[in-house]
Design a protein around this ligand. Structure first.
Ligand code: LLP
Length: 418
């Protein structure tokens, strides 16, 4: 579901023609629909209404302050993985008591900042991290609320780069170590066990892996209870998949009822960390056709957005639908849509049937709202594109286009080489 539709042959985001935005800010540009974000958040949140819960939006999926502030206005908390994400969440006005901090490599400085902010809990990913958390809390005269992230060793059946709950992955703590760690922590005056956590991967298109992980968590939860360690928060991470091409992921209601079914007897407050399902289909990347090129047996559409702007096709061979901004009923041709970067991996689509386009046409790369701009880079010294948030018939530039000067603003030529 999204709000990018054609009216009289022209692609709109809500009530704003894409062409109007392009006239003002140029290409490439990321465009997000606030109506889509709102709808996705509400549907997701309401699916869990029968159980105490908190939706901590996973900031890494799209961390633009405008997007975060919109989600905060809907009641979202945040799942963060760095001091940068912490500051963004706080700047967007997200209540620290709705923030959970995940990630395998939290630095002591980051832990300190989060303790100072008074976040809800740390999702701890190793026993060494738990020691560090305890030491820092102790030095600050605080008690750190934490959950251990369990590695439940279930296969989320997704791309290997985004599987996180298999025992060979770097994430979480093996089940065997979890109970002793809680026992030890329960006696530590600077640690407060408040939750249990797992996140098994991303773009998951079946409920089975979630249920399997939850079954493992339930065993641990109950065992801890029998040891007198009663937890409050059961965090089952994010990971619900979306439709990019022809996937059929469970709808949020189906996902929620499978989880509620498993979790309700625990009397826990559920924490959910959705990212992609909230923002993925709420964003597009608009790019312009620079050149058409025909080599011996291949046709290339060369556009002004590259792998530095959207790395998902190059990195995961991910499929993103591409449509013309002006509806086009020309005969389809099979083309590679490629960017200007000097790498053969720089493509947005390969062997893709596309209605014949011409120089100057605008194309919309769909489903680019999650892991799009946030994974962009300046490779080939390309300024990153602007981000625009549409709301009804209005649009807001929520991040300006970088300038060439921005690229070397932090650099300096040593005196002797001048
Ligand atoms: N919680 C934790 C601890 C995570 O590591 C992630 C994502 C999420 C929640 C949110 O997962 P989601 O609901 O968005 O699936 N760059 C990749 C995706 C990486 C996901 C990393 N972790 C991509 O473009 O597909």
């Amino acid at each position: 579901m999204h709000h990018f539709t054609y009216h009289r042959g022209e692609l709109y985001c809500e009530e704003v023609p894409i062409k109007k935005i392009v006239q003002e800010v140029g290409t490439p540009v990321y465009i997000y629909s606030s109506a889509t974000i709102k709808r996705h958040f509400k549907v997701f949140d309401e699916s869990f209404k029968d159980i105490p819960h908190l939706v901590c939006y996973s900031v890494k999926a799209n961390s633009n302050l405008g997007v975060l502030a919109l989600l905060r206005s809907l009641g979202a908390g945040a799942d963060i993985v760095s001091a940068g994400e912490l500051k963004r969440a706080l700047k967007a006005g997200i209540d620290p008591k709705k923030i959970v901090f995940s990630g395998v490599g939290k630095t002591p400085e980051e832990i300190k900042l989060a303790l100072e902010a008074g976040i809800l809990m740390f999702n701890v990913e190793s026993l060494a991290e738990l020691d560090t958390l305890s030491q820092i809390a102790s030095s600050m005269g605080k008690k750190a609320p934490f959950a251990l992230r369990v590695n439940p060793n279930v296969d989320p059946m997704t791309h290997p780069y985004i599987s996180t709950g298999l025992k060979q992955n770097k994430f979480g703590i093996p089940e065997e170590f979890v109970i002793p760690a809680y026992k030890k922590a329960a006696e530590n005056p600077h640690l407060e066990p408040v939750g249990l956590d797992a996140h098994i991967g991303s773009q998951i298109t079946s409920v089975t892996p979630f249920k399997d992980a939850l079954k493992r968590l339930k065993v641990i939860w109950n065992e801890l209870k029998s040891l007198g360690i009663s937890l409050k928060y059961l965090d089952i991470g994010g990971g619900l998949g979306i439709i990019y091409e022809n996937e059929s992921p469970p709808m949020p209601e189906e996902y929620a009822s499978a989880i509620i079914e498993e979790a309700k007897e625990l009397e826990a407050t559920l924490i959910l960390e959705p990212g992609r399902v909230i923002v993925g289909n709420a964003g597009i990347l608009v790019t312009k056709v620079l050149y058409l090129k025909e080599n011996l047996d291949k046709k290339f559409v060369i556009v002004d957005a590259g792998m530095n702007d959207l790395i998902r096709p190059a990195f995961y061979q991910a499929y993103h639908k591409i449509v013309p901004v002006e509806e086009n009923f020309e005969r389809e041709e099979v083309v590679d849509v490629v960017g200007p970067i000097c790498e053969s991996g720089d493509f947005l689509a390969k062997q893709r049937p596309l209605p014949k386009v011409k120089q100057g046409d605008l194309l919309a790369v769909m489903s680019a709202g999650a892991y799009g701009f946030v994974m962009s880079s300046n490779y080939n010294s390309r300024p990153r594109p602007p981000e625009v948030l549409v709301d009804g018939d209005q649009f807001y530039i929520v991040r300006k286009r970088e300038t060439i000067e921005d690229l070397y603003r932090l650099e300096e030529i040593p005196e002797k080489f001048k």
